[in-house]
Design a protein around this ligand. Structure first.
Ligand code: BV8
Length: 249
């Protein structure tokens, strides 16, 4: 039995499936992964240094420009085969009376645009911005921003609705993650380097709760040896083949 068959059989047997998705799932939409060398002008920056409250406080213009450029890029990109296969998988599982949730580290909104229904944005969203002074969400954002940084009506700046390094994850996201981890019997981490915590610790937590854990990733990660099953390759190809395999019954 191939690894793909094994995963397909595990999906048929499972009752509650949880997926942890990372930048590798959006890569085939043309969005550079978080740790791929930043492109062009940004190649001289370390994303982990820019994605912090300190960087924003030090240079709000630079950080706002970086996030607005990423916001424009993701808005111009389309969901890829991996996103679409996950929608099919969710529909198949729900029709079979099972549950399915995507815990995404991605901030690009592509799972929702593809049609996924139960998505937890554990690191927030590039598409949502809020006032640094009042925390009020800023609707109807111009694209691109006319100025960097953007002043908010509340008298502060607008900041991206993402979780920066050193910031806590949103409480509602954490509670949805905790209940998913307790409930899941099949945890699939896909397109993630397994470097960022607390998300990188969730596969082990699911395993402790008795779940079968699977890594689906182009490259090995520091966590690869801790998974019960590893499928190496592109998310789009593997997930499309998986859905065809499951449809075959
Ligand atoms: C926090 C939003 C409490 C911003 C991001 C232990 C416990 C708790 C915290 C820590 C800890 N140890 C260290 C920390 C601190 C820190 C951390 O983890 N640091 C790391 C670098 C060591 N964590 C935090 O600060 C978190 N907060 O814990 O709060 C706290 C508070 C104060 C003090 C202490 C604790 C907040 C983390 C969230 C940071 N924000 N994103 C933005 O996007 O700008 S995280 C960032 O990395 C990304 O957005 C993404 O969400 C995340 C993970 O990246 P990946 O998605 O995995 O992407 P990556 O490029 O790394 O890998 C892509 C993979 O895909 C590769 O493996 C590649 O092989 C594969 N791939 C590529 N193409 C394909 C593919 N696979 C399949 N198919 C393909 N086609």
């Amino acid at each position: 039995m191939t690894d793909l068959n094994t995963l397909a059989e595990a999906l048929r047997q499972s009752k509650h499936v949880a997926v942890l998705s990372g930048a590798g799932v959006s890569a085939e939409s043309g969005i550079p992964t978080f740790r791929d060398a930043l492109e062009g002008y940004w190649s001289k920056y370390d994303p982990e240094q820019l994605a912090t409250p300190e960087a924003f406080a030090r240079d709000p213009e630079l950080v706002t420009r970086w996030y607005d450029e990423r916001r424009q890029k993701v808005s111009a990109c389309q969901p890829n085969a991996a996103h679409l296969a996950l929608v099919e998988l969710e529909n198949w599982l729900i029709d079979a009376g099972k549950s399915f949730v995507i815990l995404t580290q991605n901030v690009d909104g592509l799972h929702q645009r593809a049609g996924s229904k139960d998505v937890v944005e554990v690191h927030g969203s590039l598409l949502k911005w809020r006032c640094t002074k009042t925390n009020a969400d800023a609707p109807n954002l111009p694209m691109p921003f006319p100025t960097y940084p953007m002043k908010s009506a509340g008298g502060g700046f607008l900041r991206p609705g993402v979780v920066w390094f050193g910031e806590h994850l949103p409480e509602d996201a954490v509670s949805r993650v905790e209940s998913a981890i307790e409930k899941t019997d099949l945890f699939i981490a896909m397109g993630t380097s397994g470097l960022v915590y607390p998300a990188a610790g969730w596969s082990e937590a699911a395993r402790r709760h008795g779940a079968l854990t699977v890594e689906l990733n182009r490259d090995p990660t520091p966590l690869s040896t801790s998974f019960d099953l590893v499928l190496r390759g592109s998310a789009g190809e593997i997930l499309s083949s998986l859905v065809s395999e499951i449809r075959r019954g």
